[in-house]
Design a protein around this ligand. Sequence first.
Ligand code: AMP
Ligand code: GLY
Length: 426
Amino acid sequence: MRVLVVGSGGREHALAWKLAQSSQVTKVFCVPGNGGTATHPKCVNMPMLPVDLEGIGRFALVQGVQLVVVGPEAPLALGLADHLREQGLLVLGPGRAGAQLEASKVWAKTLMQAEGIPTAPAQVFREVAPAQAYIEQQPLPVVVKVDGLAAGKGVTVAQTHAEAVQAVQAALVEGKFGAAGQQVLVETFLPGEEVSILALTDGKTLYPLLPAQDYKRVGVGDTGPNTGGMGACAPVPWMTTALQQRVEREIFQPLLAGLQRRGIDYRGVIYAGLMVTPAGDPVVVEFNCRFGDPETQAILPLLDSCLLELAVACAQGRLAEVPPPVWKPGYTATVVLASGGYPGEFVKGYPVRGLDLAEATGALVFHSGTRRERNQIFTDGGRVLSVTGYGPTLEAALAQAYGAVKHISFTDCYYRDDIGWRLRRA
Ligand code: AMP
Ligand code: GLY
């Protein structure tokens, strides 16, 4: 079977790597792919392909692709999955209507409120004056979120009322986020521990994947600006079976029912970003309509089942016919190596050295922003590599990941040396 993976990050490298493990998979087209997928024997990068709906659809049909796996949210929000399904292709990823779960925080909040899914109380505003009046009544910190997709930059956890009002003004008056910022949510801050629960669903049956913890801030100790994610660990030891069952019962089941009620046939991944409050209750911080990055690089190496089989069953709407995912014992830890300056400005195009030595440690080196030119890998993005270690304990997984990271070098390489710290306390 020929498969096509849309995207160019570490998540997509991990997806292509895992899909390629199936003996049924003959070729994985990566659109556009990166330096890591360029080196995989079953993968073919398509950097020249126009990443538009028609271009991908035409290419998939001509090449006899049967399954398309969409990594990022933006093409899903544009309706890529709808377009491909109209061409008769199998797709892992929701259509435009389902992608609103991520593409409109107001839509997602309305759905959660209607379906009784636990989430932080919030109000929607289109004008500054009422938002300001509301903000000034709120305890601190207070959270301001722009409605639409903002590449991870649309959330402000404001420590002062002035900072919150400024975030509202940036969106509603200065138009900093364009159309994505025409509405804002002002949301109550939730204290607690964050966990990412991803699940595969065909809109009827839902199989959660192992819980993961993402380290989003750029700085050690979870300080500094938010990034796409600087590291991840899986599974999360304190996510007990009882807590996972509550997440299914209180969050995923009502969500599926709500999607069905709205006529949405959701076939893909639902990513629930949760806060587990000090009282021990899981509350939704956000939904994403896709796999997480770098959570995927931590979760997929633990998956013992065939991802192709699960993905095809999801896409065909017969997930109940295949067994739920089976997991390897043990833990993974993923450390992201970034270009110095990220998530701000950074320079690309530096040669990356030591990849062979890093892989020789047994760690998995997933490429994020890299490109290959004449057998040399160069940096090509903010997040450059995601290195995943595996072991019987979280400590062992971290040791393998950091042991491999030591071998890798490129100019201005930056990584956090404390991934996993929240899980190591206690
Ligand atoms: P998002 O871009 O929606 O993932 O939000 C970025 C980060 O902001 C989340 O991972 C949380 O750490 C934080 N955050 C968002 N909403 C809340 C909230 N209501 N309470 C506390 N933290 C939040
Ligand atoms: N790691 C966060 C995300 O994928 O949105």
